[in-house]
Design a protein around this ligand. Structure first.
Ligand code: COA
Length: 727
């Protein structure tokens, strides 16, 4: 982190501290009516046993719920660190003035009716945010549910949530207030401990990004959970998430995946909903773990907060029933994990104490008769086995009464396995029974997350493994080198926009741009005569293609202007003559400026690369198999520009057809570093030429290693600045 960055992070964190550690809180709009939100806020704060002073504010009361009540924040004799505001919308600006006069630094505005409603509400929100900033205050909301801090020296419930979760290492922000209530209830039900919880509402001032920066420096927070509906500033999110994720995992659920969901998110928050592809790309590039649903968010959270981070992909499965073992092994494979056969010496050890009917390769099926002792020994043996990175323990209770000895046995096995070398390995369990499975394994020494279905721990470990790999690989680098030719590309773009505005660039301009950024095209040159074409072909090497060069004729193939696969000098001469005679028969010979002689590229793997502009995320870069594959199989990976070297490596290896690029069944492998180089150049191109709204390099042909990767056909669409980003 640079000095400037550190300073801003420090400033953000300290400006948010009064929200989480206030000594004095004013509840403005504390109502005498117990059913009103203001009254519920006060009630929860008292009930939760807030460790500081509470000042209810209401002009029409002198005492509420046994507390002295002030007509205005200005009348509170002591300093106020935090004001929670639940007055009608029209009264909010006046309350903010009162707070400023009293030196309040932090405001939570519960009141709704702002940007989430209509343009008038949006204007009011802007005015509110300007006022708050003008006073140098910070504000959470408006239209939010408030926040909680479970620190025993604080115990702040500045929300109307009736649930105050147990203390723990998870921090969470939610963009939906009502869902926040449900989240808190769900978390409490699963016994998940939270450090802090914030309902961010309309994010007029304090953003989700600010909170991540706060939690970065909050010692009580180990894992950050986000429920997101929109991104205010994806670039800043990317920057912060990349940095914070190195220390503390970030797990996110993004609402608005489906079209209907996006519509709902739009009307809910009036924010721009991003395309899901871009969200996926953003999370992958920044190491954020994406949970598919709230349930999964908690499944992952509990594993990350109670177990070591997985350091590989090899899973050992212990079970007392075959079926769940199979389901779990299948789910491991689907999650990109392996369930390797354990080494002979481990099998030998297992054979020493397991019944003859047990299956000892992996999954280790101890069969239904396995007693607690078998669990202890098997777990200890597998956990200390070097060929295993994590353990999934499946337990199907035969009778509910007898489960406790198994829970103890599992824990003993884990403790022994840890002592014998399995310290850094996560252990997750599945207890297929009704009731509170979580409690079963929450034993004093170590909490082993217990899930209800055998597939869940597999999915959780798969996602954690991806995060772990992201975390342990060196951070990627974005190249900032500028080649000398870039000025010529800038001139092409400026001229086209001045003359034409938005549109597809002519082929010659496309070539200039690709050349300026060093995107490789097959060896080629322009020849004015047949003799020159032959000489050029001999220099380039046969076979070649001849393509008509003309500023007046746009569709060259329609006039016979494209002649392919010319194997020798005679064929080149004949092709040149054919182009000439075709043109003269149309009385267009004078339109011929010459021919482009281009080396024919044959063999190799057909790929595609492209760019599409996303209104929220900027340029999305696509890469995949070309030709029919892209259309039929949709085997394409997307990432957000700018791409790092790590991004392109990962992108190329993530397509389903990667095997083809490694060489498959007699096909030569492809020049991977040349492909990665093209993608980096495309990224640089769209960074420096943001007017590019669409680009297709298709086909892009990758030859065997050392022989390069060439663009055979390209299109570029520009959008004049200030125009809508659609093509
Ligand atoms: N300073 C202090 N107190 C004030 C005040 C002011 N300037 N103006 C009004 N009040 C008091 C009122 O006297 C009243 O107390 P009383 O009932 O004892 O008379 C109390 O504040 C509430 O005012 P009221 O007019 O009754 O408003 P309300 O409770 O019906 O609505 C909100 C207030 C904030 C709850 C409402 O405007 C709102 O926004 N509701 C939606 C909240 C929401 O959903 N947020 C998002 C959650 S995710």
């Amino acid at each position: 982190m640079s000095v400037d960055e550190r300073k801003t992070v420090g400033e953000t964190a300290s400006s948010l501290r009064p929200f989480f550690h206030p000594d004095t809180v004013a509840v403005v709009g504390a109502s005498r009516d117990a059913t009103k939100i203001g009254s519920r806020l006060l009630d929860e704060m008292i009930r939760t046993d807030f460790q500081g002073e509470i000042y209810p504010v209401n002009p029409n009361a002198t005492e509420i719920q046994g507390l002295k009540t002030y007509p205005s924040v200005r009348d509170i004799p002591n300093g106020v660190d935090l004001a929670v505001i639940a007055v009608p919308r029209e009264a909010v600006p006046g309350v903010v003035d009162d707070c400023a006069a009293r030196g309040v630094r932090a405001l939570i505005v519960i009141t709704a009716g702002f940007a989430e409603t209509n343009p008038e509400g949006k204007t009011l929100q802007q005015q509110l945010a300007d006022k708050v900033r003008g006073y140098g205050m910070r504000m959470i909301g408006p239209n939010c549910m408030g926040l909680l801090n479970t620190d025993p020296s604080v115990r702040l419930n500045a929300s109307f949530s009736p649930v105050f979760p147990p203390r723990g290492p998870l921090a969470m922000s939610s963009q939906s207030g009502a869902l926040g209530l449900a989240i808190l209830a769900l978390a409490a039900k699963r016994g998940l401990g939270l450090s802090t919880f914030v309902s961010v509402g309309n994010k007029a001032d304090v953003s989700g990004n600010d909170l991540i920066e706060y939690w970065e420096s909050d010692p009580a927070t180990k894992v950050i959970l986000l429920y997101l509906e929109s991104f205010g500033n994806p670039r800043r999110f990317a920057q912060i998430a990349r940095r914070v994720g190195q220390e503390k995992p970030i797990v996110a659920v993004k609402g608005g995946r489906s079209l209907a969901g996006r519509r709902a998110a739009g009307s809910h928050t009036a924010a721009l909903a991003a395309s899901d592809v871009a969200v996926d790309a953003l999370f992958r590039q920044t190491g954020v773990i994406r949970a598919e649903a709230l349930d999964e968010l908690f499944d992952i959270a509990v594993a990350l907060s109670s177990q070591p981070l997985i350091q590989g992909r090899r899973i050992g499965i212990v079970t007392n029933a075959g079926g769940p073992g199979i389901l779990c092994a299948d789910a491991c494979a689907a999650a990109g994990l392996t369930v390797p056969e354990v080494p002979e010496e481990t099998q030998k050890a297992l054979r020493g104490f397991l019944p003859a009917a047990a299956s000892i390769s992996n999954p280790i099926d101890m069969v239904a008769s396995a007693g607690p002792g078998s669990y202890t020994q098997t777990i200890a043996t597998l956990l200390s086995c070097n060929e295993i990175d994590a353990l999934i323990v499946l337990y199907i209770p035969l009778d509910r009464e007898g489960s406790l000895p198994f829970a103890t046995a599992i824990q003993e096995g884990v403790a022994r396995g840890r002592a014998e070398g399995g310290r850094g390995k996560p252990v997750l369990a599945c207890v297929m029974s009704e009731g509170d499975t979580q409690a079963l394994l929450a034993l004093p020494e170590e909490t082993i997350p217990a899930y209800a279905f055998p597939e869940t721990p597999a999915r959780v470990l798969g996602k954690c493994a991806t995060y772990s790999e992201w975390k342990s690989s060196p951070p990627g680098v974005v190249s900032t080198s500028v080649s000398a030719g870039v000025q010529s590309a800038r001139r092409v773009v400026d001229r086209f926009i001045a003359q034409t505005g938005s549109g597809w660039l002519p082929a010659a301009d496309v070539e200039t741009i690709l050349e300026a950024f060093g995107v490789p095209m097959p060896p080629r040159g322009i020849a004015a005569t047949s003799a020159e074409a032959v000489a050029l072909s001999e220099r380039i090497g046969f076979p070649v293609a001849l393509k008509l060069v003309s500023t007046r004729i746009l569709h060259k193939s329609e006039v016979g202007g494209v002649q392919l696969n010319l194997p020798d000098a005679d064929a080149v001469e004949a092709a040149f003559a054919r182009i000439q005679s075709e043109l003269s028969s149309r009385n267009q010979l004078e339109s011929m400026d010459g021919v482009l002689v281009q080396k024919m590229i044959s063999g190799g793997v057909e790929l595609m690369a492209g760019v599409a502009a996303d209104p929220v995320f900027g340029s999305l870069i696509a890469f995949g198999l070309g030709g029919i594959h892209v259309e039929i199989l949709g085997d394409v990976q997307f990432r957000i520009a700018p791409l790092t070297d790590k991004d392109v490596r990962e992108m190329v290896r993530s397509i389903r057809g990667f095997k083809l690029l490694e060489g498959y069944r007699g096909h030569a492998p492809a020049d991977l570093s040349a492909i990665e180089d093209v993608l980096l150049r495309v990224s640089r191109m769209v960074e420096l030429l943001p007017e590019i709204s669409e680009l297709d390099l298709n086909p892009l042909v990758a030859l065997p290693p050392g022989q390069g990767c060439f663009v055979l056909d390209a299109r570029v669409h520009l959008i004049a600045p200030g125009k809508p980003q659609s093509v």
